[in-house]
Design a protein around this ligand. Structure first.
Ligand SMILES: [Zn+2]
Length: 463
């Protein structure tokens, strides 16, 4: 309302305006400011930390946060009651390692052979050079599909352009597009020589600077962290390779910690894993070649392992076959190598469980998966850990409560507990006896708001 115009009005009019405002606006404001209250009821609630099941279960939610959890809670007056019948409640799932702004379509082998770039390069390059706007829309689609599949928190660890992930996070937080909570890493810190090579020298820097920050030398490592801080990132991602020194990585980690940010270090090979451990990483991403000794060091230093069972179970054959023609030799070679890698992964999972090192899990998506949404494919990927030898409860823990701890959000997400965000999912059956229940998430709530509800439920307002 324009107060300057009010001042010139006669006293009687001012009184009338005041009266109207008092009669209508103030009660309305009061009604709007009252926090929405919801009571969710279901037959069961799984606590991933203990494996205990609360039955029956009720969760009282006020203003998007969990206020109380119990077997019986009476609904406060004015509360919306959501009765999910015989369903099981769980905390919303967490994907600790994803790339929402990337949709990799694996090219035919002939095409790959013609390029000098590494295997990953064609799709990655396309995303960089094609259109940041197109990429942003792809990210928005992937984000929605993630949320609809029950993944309510993700850590986006690079390949988002300069600000794609931070902007997507902000758009979701502002309610402009649906999606999970995002911890954004901004640009990935790497040393020159990794990933993309043999680019046109006249254009190489312009292309690479959109996707990476180079940290050749400790000073540049610190500067790169500060550049990401300028973009308001939530976490720093570094790719450790043979080229990276402990001093460079340490400098990046020290600067990140000074800025109160955690550092996720991509390290798959043994030497890179050791560099990450020695430099004091907060989490090691992938960790495929971790030895018993390294896992022990990680346990002692409190470094999380973020397992990414992406390739497990012939994943790449599954996503390639509908569109890529493979020769019989090529198919059998891929089948063999896939089976060998699965065995290696089973072994890794065994070692990790034995070591006592803390672990979470990520998908390393998004690969284009025919017939599935990005969210559905991601849930399938996380559940590969069950096939690799983990118990269902260990898998669920890795993608809820332990993931939250790794992200530094242990007071925000990962459990249905008072004080945390009301990010809750429900499945029809028992996910501990059959983990594939998580492929069929029936109900998703984020921030106390229902995103999806396929259950025959009663939603009623308590007078
Ligand atoms: Zn990744």
């Amino acid at each position: 309302m324009d107060s300057t115009r009010l001042r010139v009005k006669p006293a009687k009019t001012r009184f009338l305006v005041w009266l109207l405002f008092s009669l209508f606006a103030i009660p309305q404001l009061a009604a709007q400011s009252a926090a929405p209250v919801t009571l969710v009821r279901a037959a069961r609630l799984l606590d991933p930390r203990t494996g205990n099941v609360l039955a029956p279960a009720a969760v009282l939610i006020e203003d998007g946060k969990i206020k109380q959890v119990g077997a019986q809670i009476s609904a406060p007056s004015g509360a919306t009651i959501v009765d999910l019948g015989s369903a099981t409640l769980l905390p919303g799932l967490i994907d600790s390692h994803t790339h929402l702004l990337l949709s990799v379509v694996i090219p035919p082998e002939e095409e790959r052979r013609r390029h000098l770039n590494a295997f990953f390069a064609p799709a990655d390059l396309l995303a960089i050079v094609e259109s940041p706007t197109k990429r942003a829309f792809q990210g928005a689609q992937n984000a929605r599909e993630y949320l609809e599949s029950g993944i309510t928190t993700v850590r986006v660890l690079g390949h988002s352009g300069i600000d794609g992930d931070t902007e997507l996070r902000d758009a979701i937080n502002a309610g402009r597009v649906p999606g999970p909570r995002i911890l954004a890493a901004g640009r990935k810190l790497i040393t020159r020589g990794d990933y993309l090579q043999n680019l046109n020298p006249a254009l190489a820097d312009a292309i690479l600077n959109q996707e990476f920050l180079f940290i050749d030398g400790a000073d540049r490592a610190r500067a790169a962290v500060r550049q990401n801080v300028f973009q308001n990132v939530d976490v720093i991602k570094v790719t450790a390779s043979e080229n990276m020194t402990v001093a460079e990585l340490k400098a990046a980690i020290e600067e990140a910690h000074r800025q109160h940010l955690k550092v996720a270090v991509h390290a798959a090979e043994k030497a890179a894993i050791q560099t990450a451990i020695d430099a004091g990483a907060d989490s090691i991403e992938h960790g495929n070649e971790a030895t018993d000794e390294q896992l022990k060091q990680m346990r002692d230093k409190g470094i999380f392992l973020d397992l990414t069972p992406t390739a497990y179970g012939g994943f790449f054959l599954k996503i390639m076959e509908p569109s890529v023609v493979l020769s019989p030799e090529s198919r059998s070679a891929r089948t063999e190598s896939s089976a060998r890698r699965d065995k290696e992964y089973d072994q890794l999972v065994k070692q990790v469980l034995k070591s006592g090192a803390k672990f979470a899990a990520g998908t390393d998506m998004c690969w284009w998966y025919p017939g599935k949404t990005c969210g559905e494919a991601s849930v399938l990927t996380l559940l590969n850990l069950r096939k690799a030898g983990m118990s269902a409860l260990e898998v669920i823990r890795a993608i809820t409560v332990t993931a939250a701890e790794m992200l530094g959000w242990q007071d925000k997400v990962g459990a249905i507990e008072a004080g945390r965000f009301a990010d809750i999912i429900a499945v029809s059956g028992d996910p501990v006896s059959d983990i594939t229940e998580l492929e069929r998430v029936r109900f998703v709530m984020k921030d106390g708001k229902i995103v999806r509800n396929d259950l025959m439920t009663r939603v009623l307002a308590n007078p």
